[in-house]
Design a protein around this ligand. Sequence first.
Ligand code: ZN
Ligand code: ZN
Length: 370
Amino acid sequence: MRQYRDYLSRTAQMKQRQSDVLLPEGNEGGTMKAMVLDKVSPVEEKPLRLAELPRPVPGSGQIRVRVSACGICHTELDEIEGRVAPSRFPMILGHEVVGMVEELGPGARKFKKGDRAGIAWINWACGKCAFCLKGEENLCDSAKWTGKDADGGYAQYTVVSEDFAYPIPEGFTDVEAAPLLCAGVIGYRALRLSGMEDGKALGLYGFGASAHIVIQVAKYKYPNGRVFVFTRSGQKEHHDLARKLGADWIGATGDTPPQKLNCAIDFTPVGEPVREALRNLEKGGRLVINAIRKATRVPELDYTEHLWHEKEVKSVANVTRRDAREFLPLAAQIPIVPETREFKLEEANEALILLKEGMIRGAGVLTIAE
Ligand SMILES: [Zn+2]
Ligand SMILES: [Zn+2]
């Protein structure tokens, strides 16, 4: 009987922790501005709508963060256009969230009011499934993702379990810290999975928010390694940034680099670079694909040219809390200098259209006024 009561109380706690946003009765908690997505639409139709909503109230074990900056990520395009549709509507997107803890829910004790906190893509994991037990909570069967299953940071306030928020190292402004939380963390995971070692050749396909951070990590960790950057042709801004950050060679997707690549990371949202990167891999090399969805198909592969000689392909799916906890202090130690372009919260639609067109140098970040 006692066991059953314990079970019921645990289940109730878990339900509360899983709830996305507890809306207050009436408006006594105040309101907030947010850019909300009501339905799947082409991003060119500017589907995010500025709304006035009740401020979320932190549930048990949760914190409320007053958001000051939220990075924009390609995944938002996948959500808006339905390749990774949110699990409900309306939804507040955004999973590179930086702000100040300004309210603690019952039992929350890891942060103090006034602390700076960051929130990333992983919003909740069960802790019990076979993946979670192996430390692979990024593959959790019932995980929830910020801005997809729980309201995210395109808003003045958001709530999250204190277990899924991170202290932000000093030395970064809120705007600089925002892209570290997805572009940085997932790039770090991709670099680790690539098997890169000092002295080896690394290829980066696509040079946006994530790759421009990865090159800085790679140059720091592998000072004798060489980094080869491939962009869409004609992206001069991206070329300039890659050169500034120490790329050893810069070309367009489709070009053949001066040497074979021991490892490569594909950051692009399209299929063609997968085949291109495999073609340029050295024997025994590995390609890591850092994309949640591809907007176009991966073209047909030729076994001899693209896969034989023990070439490997691995995708990156999501992130774990360990990735964030390892990467953020490393980013401060290097120190990573994120290249950012700021937009106001109300300009989220326009910023996402520019992102889709490959027109943002570095990382786009929404700044959110009080
Ligand atoms: Zn992201
Ligand atoms: Zn799990």
